[in-house]
Design a protein around this ligand. Structure first.
Ligand code: GTP
Ligand code: MG
Length: 242
């Protein structure tokens, strides 16, 4: 398996089992290593479904999804998952400690690596302020941390795994705009050779993306950079103005 984490969707269609209508239709795009691809669109457009095809949480009904040049259906699941860091839309934490939650997926990570990931995820300060820092207990479901803290721990967990493909599903929504901006600047600086895919609601979270895919009803209706889409995409203009 080549190291490169390039993600390619080629004419992908997806229908949920038992459903009548496809949720994704004719999705084609390439997300290159070292670049950020953003996906924006209204609720129910199919963003979460789209990214779920990358680690094979579902399989495309037709078309192909490949990672690093390999059709995901032909990749060994364990090695595919080892290369993908997915921060889910609803982040989850296990009963345990901050450290054990961050190590989930890479048990051998050192404390230093956990702190490095926390620094990028803007979680360093609040974890250092906890009485037992990395050994602080987390209750089941993460009820002892706020929603924004849970998001940052979930982001740090994905970073600890040093994946080739990093996927954020609406992962910055619970962060204030200043924290969001610092986090993205740190990602830009520190995570330079991963393929980054960002699902976002807030346009401010994706203005710097190398390409933005605008989704509507399971289709990519427009694509380009922020400034290109401002000129060419009525759908994007509407998203920006709301
Ligand atoms: P937001 O997260 O709300 O912004 O939406 P999204 O763009 O992530 O949409 P998502 O991919 O979650 O859903 C797209 C469509 O698929 C919607 O019409 C959902 O109702 C439908 N859908 C999502 N999950 C399932 C599922 O497990 N089964 C079925 N049958 N439909 C689903
Ligand atoms: Mg979603």
């Amino acid at each position: 398996v080549p190291r490169t984490g390039e993600v390619v969707f080629d004419k992908v269609t997806f229908t949920y089992p038992g459903a009548e209508q496809p949720v994704l239709a004719d999705i084609s795009f390439t997300a290159r290593r070292g670049t950020t691809t953003a996906i924006i669109g209204s609720t129910g457009a199919g963003k979460t479904t789209l990214i779920s095809l990358i680690p094979r949480l579902h399989d495309a009904t037709s078309g192909t999804v490949s990672v690093g040049g390999v059709d995901v259906r032909e990749a060994q699941l364990e090695s595919l998952w080892a290369r993908i860091g997915l921060v889910p839309q609803r982040p989850y934490l296990f009963a345990g400690t901050v450290g054990s939650n961050l190590r989930y997926g890479r048990e051998e990570a050192t404390d230093e690596e956990l702190w490095d990931a926390l620094a990028i995820a803007q979680g360093e300060d609040f974890v250092r302020a906890m009485p037992e820092t990395l050994d602080s207990p987390i209750a089941q479901g993460g009820t002892t941390v706020s929603g924004g803290q849970r998001q940052r721990l979930s982001i740090a967990r994905a970073l600890v795994r040093q994946p080739d493909v990093l996927i954020f599903d609406d992962s910055f929504s619970a962060l204030d705009t200043a924290t969001d901006a610092r986090l993205r600047a740190a990602l830009d600086r520190e995570v330079t050779d991963a393929t980054v895919i960002v699902v976002a609601q807030r346009v401010s979270s994706i203005v710097d993306a190398d390409q933005i895919l605008v989704m509507e009803d399971g289709r990519i209706v427009d694509r380009g950079t922020h400034s290109e889409l401002l000129q060419t995409s009525p759908t994007y203009q509407e998203i920006v103005s709301t």
